[in-house]
Design a binder for this molecule. Structure first.
Ligand code: DI6
Ligand code: FE
Length: 400
């Protein structure tokens, strides 16, 4: 399939505003020049497309290509030892305070060559592609020095040259600060100058930070957001993951694209997100891996109309996973999201969390990034465990 063509006999999950009317069966998608020219019921298709070559999908489900809107895919090293420590009762914070956690990955990432960083990331992104992912957000944050932060971002961008996938890069220099510095000195001397340099190299799509007792305070995060604003870059935040540190309200004040994790989000945080139209990115894999018991306030987010996305948080410590489908399953089983909310969370709302308006929905003028599934019921995407019923993936109109 290439050029202009029609996919017919498809069950469509358009994920558009009018989607409430349900999945269109006997749907058709017209693809032209790498974009969707029409998606909808066969009888509504304009005549101009009827002469295009056709391929029947025999009733298969078509969704937008999946979007993993929060990952730390570029890193080196393993944290399996810490997993064993946590199984024996040590907490994530204790391990980090003792110099492990993020710091152990920083050490391994600094020591890795560019080739090693790339090959590790390729292996992980291949598993995502095999599950129908077409866009991945990737954060820096395991360098905490100029060179390694820049190398992480360049490696993330280079993935697009090696695989048919779209990458959005997020600068997460404010992930942790080196043991021999204060947080403020790290921001002044290393993090913020590196952000400026990365932005001038065109390596940054958004700016993120870890607002937490073991990370940066809200006041310190504000310094990062002010710098992002000066560079005209949108912001995101890791907030209220381990405690209520008030990062979400601050991020909302800066019009954040998303606030992520949110287990300890307060009512004021929910209200601030609704007002700013900030997406709640839910990361049930990290919740599961850390054996967290505090649930994010899903009911309140839903009631307030805060858009919810679901992502893997793929990283070597708190979410050693690459399966977005498994994150959907956990979103439903652990967080009480409906299967439709899970699917919206990895398509339309994930695009919104990245500030993208050309993907995540099946409608005219969107990129033709599609996932075709061997399922008869869309809920199967959330219901199956460790199983990827992908039939084919289409990226920019091409099957791959
Ligand atoms: N929260 C997370 O879940 C990841 N980063 C963060 O700020 C975990 C990073 C790690 O443990 O390596
Ligand atoms: Fe994260």
């Amino acid at each position: 399939m290439a050029g202009a063509y029609l996919l017919t006999e498809a069950m469509l999950a358009p994920m558009t505003e009018s989607f409430a009317s349900g999945y269109a069966e006997k749907g058709v998608i017209a693809v032209e020049n790498g974009a969707i020219a029409f998606a909808g019921a066969a009888e509504k298709m304009p005549d101009q497309f009827s002469s295009l070559p056709r391929k029947s999908l025999d009733g298969r489900l078509v969704t937008p290509g999946l979007i993993d809107c929060h990952t730390h895919l570029v890193y080196a090293g393993s944290r399996a030892k810490e997993f064993e420590m946590r199984l024996n009762g040590a907490s994530y914070e204790e391990i980090m305070r003792a110099g492990g956690g993020i710091f152990s990955t920083v050490e391994a990432t600094r020591a890795a060559s560019d080739e090693q960083l790339l090959s590790g990331a390729l292996a992980r992104i291949d598993r995502m592609i095999a599950e129908g992912v077409t866009t991945v957000e990737i954060k820096s944050g395991y360098g905490l020095d100029r060179d390694t932060e820049l190398r992480m971002l360049r490696t993330a961008r280079a993935l697009e040259q090696h695989r048919p996938v779209r990458v959005r890069t997020t600068f997460l220099g404010a992930h942790a600060f080196p043991k021999d510095m204060t947080a403020d000195d790290y921001l002044t001397d290393i993090c913020l100058p590196t952000l400026e340099e990365a932005a001038s190299e065109g390596l940054v799509d958004a700016v993120d930070g870890f607002c937490e007792t073991v990370g940066f305070s809200a006041a310190q995060m504000e310094r990062v957001f002010e710098a992002a604003q000066r560079l005209d870059l949108p912001v995101k935040i890791h907030a209220e993951q381990l405690s209520d540190s008030g990062g979400t309200q601050l991020a909302a004040k800066y019009g954040a694209l998303s606030a992520d994790h949110l287990e300890y989000l307060s009512d004021d945080g929910v209200t601030a997100m609704a007002k700013a139209d900030t997406v709640a990115v839910l990361l049930p894999g990290a919740f599961y891996a850390l054996k967290e018991t505090q649930l994010p306030p899903i009911g309140k987010l839903r009631e307030a109309g805060v858009p919810m996305a679901v992502a893997t948080d793929s990283n070597p410590g708190s979410a050693p996973m690459t399966s977005l489908l498994l994150a959907m399953n956990m979103g439903a089983n652990l967080f009480g999201l409906t299967p439709l909310e899970c699917l919206t969370g990895v398509t339309a709302n994930a695009a919104k969390a990245l500030g993208l308006n050309d993907c995540g929905k099946l409608k005219a003028r969107m990129r033709a990034d599609l996932a075709i599934w061997d399922v008869t019921d869309p809920a199967e995407l959330s219901y199956r465990m460790g199983d990827a019923p992908l039939h084919k993936r289409i990226f920019g109109g091409a099957e791959c």
